[in-house]
Design a protein around this ligand. Structure first.
Ligand code: PA5
Length: 475
């Protein structure tokens, strides 16, 4: 992708927060005074994040991913070329932060029916992200792929996640039974030194592996090999993705919340949370951005949902993310957003130029209710509905802001991801919590170990068995 200075300027994403303000929302909006009174807190959050950027011990290595991967990017591009030549399908085996990023880039930057296209029209092999252990899903994946002609990218930072390891056990067994050397069809993305995938790789004599760097947690890993390898296999320009992230990073240098888009959205969300807005709705007006809402949901929920501050005080903070899609969910959730409880902030993702315009033909001139659509394009229709939603929400006193992407491409997606990551880091700093751990997720993982009889978890298994299934409470 050619990125002249002029082109970068054209592709800059912007945040329009008009409909968050008192001027447009009346008493339900944020006043200039309130925003101003938060500028000191915003500056402190900015200073904290920027002072600690790149520090692995604080899990902030992700801030440097746009800059420190030239060698690994070159390796990934070579490997992707080989994969495209050799395999019919590429399957990501991972969950949470090890799956949502690859699924998002695939959805955003590839054809919406990519796997149904003939081979000549696809830039890479068929693509699947298997982020569950639903037994039906596993079986039915195996109905549509030939394991011997499939590359499996096993992604797990810990190498100890039951879902991913169960998938790997099934696949490796099938490969062996089919007479294929596991090393030929499997690539690991994992920690540099620790974890079971490192041990398995050693036992197999060295499986091709990419490192999920220290200081990069699952949900902040999309710009690491976790996301870059699958994207490169799909023919996505990963260098442009990283350049987009670096471009946004530059916009985030300012500690002035009116100049730094991520600091602005973090402050708006923080003020809203303190005003009882417990729900963050992410509503892209584009099918290609649908999975951005999934990815954001994990980033926002897992990072901010915490019960203790950094100085050890109890707290129960966070905002529940809700995924919506424009215009589809106008016909499903919008009624609640405009007339239900005042507990939401709605982020709309708008697109300036869609890759298709899709004209709507003139017809039925004698039926005005239908005829008015003729001569417009579907692009005009979705953009009008996007604006109409912002207007309707504002008229109903519902805070909403719009993140505007001039186009959807690698450069704008890179900006968007980095904006959300920075927004999350700033908001966590304002809340004074550890944004980068996930003890609640770990608890579920351990309880699963106990239920499946892993050694050392007997007491916990006993405890779990006490917790559910009391016949007195089953109707
Ligand atoms: O963001 C996170 O840390 C989690 O969602 C993890 O990515 C998820 O639990 C999978 O963990 P792992 O990559 O260790 O298999």
């Amino acid at each position: 992708m050619k990125l002249t200075d002029e082109r970068r300027k054209q592709l800059r994403i912007t945040v329009d927060y008009t409909n968050m303000t008192e001027k447009y929302l009346g008493g339900k909006g944020i006043s200039e005074k309130t925003l101003h009174s938060h500028s000191k807190l915003a500056k402190a959050a900015h200073a904290y994040v920027h002072a600690n950027r790149g520090k692995d011990e604080l899990s902030m290595g992700w801030t440097e991913l746009p800059y420190n991967q030239s060698e690994v990017v070159a390796d990934i591009l070579e490997t992707a070329k080989l994969i495209r030549r050799k395999f019919d399908a590429f399957v990501v085996l991972g969950i949470g932060g090890s799956a949502l990023g690859p699924a998002m880039s695939f959805n955003a930057l590839c054809h919406l029916h990519y796997n149904d296209l003939p081979k000549s029209k696809r830039k890479g092999p068929k693509f699947y992200v298997e982020d569950n252990v639903d037994p039906v899903r596993m079986k039915e994946l195996l109905d549509v792929i030939d394991v011997t002609r499939t590359c499996f990218n096993v992604i797990s930072k810990s190498g100890a996640t039951s879902e991913t390891m169960a998938q790997y056990l099934i696949i490796s067994d099938l490969l062996v039974k089919a007479g294929v050397n596991i090393r030929e069809n499997v690539i690991f993305t994992t920690d540099a030194r620790k974890g079971n995938l490192v041990k398995i790789s050693r036992s197999l004599g060295g499986v091709k592996s990419y490192v999920l760097p220290d200081g990069v947690g699952g949900r902040f890993s999309e710009l690491s090999p976790v996301g870059l390898l699958p994207a490169a296999v799909l023919g996505i320009d990963i260098k442009a993705l990283l350049k987009g992230a670096a471009f946004m990073d530059k916009l985030c240098k300012s500690s002035d919340l009116r100049k730094n888009p991520a600091l602005l959205t973090a402050t708006l969300q923080y003020i809203s949370m303190n005003n009882g807005k417990n729900i963050s709705v992410m509503m892209p007006y584009s099918d290609n951005l649908r999975c951005v809402a999934d990815w954001y949901a994990q980033l926002w929920a897992e990072s901010l949902g915490k019960n203790v501050t950094l100085d050890g005080r109890p707290c129960n903070v966070g905002q529940t993310p809700v995924k919506a899609l424009g215009t589809t969910d106008q016909h499903s959730q919008m009624q609640l957003y405009t007339e239900g409880p005042y507990d939401k902030v709605i982020t709309l993702l708008a697109v300036g130029s869609y890759k298709e315009k899709t004209p709507i033909p003139h017809a039925y001139r004698n039926i005005p209710d239908v005829a008015f659509l003729g001569g417009h394009t579907m692009e005009e229709l979705i953009q009008a509905e996007n604006k109409a939603t912002a207007y309707a929400l504002t008229k109903a006193g519902r805070p909403n802001y719009t993140i505007f992407l001039p186009e959807i491409n690698e450069f704008t997606l890179g900006q968007l991801l980095f904006l959300f990551e920075m927004q999350t880091a700033y908001t966590g700093a304002m809340l004074n919590i550890n944004t980068f751990n996930q003890p609640g997720v770990e608890a579920g993982k351990k309880a699963t170990f106990a239920l499946l009889g892993k050694e050392g978890y007997d007491l916990q298994r006993h405890d779990i068995e006490q917790c559910a299934g009391d016949p007195d409470y089953i109707v």
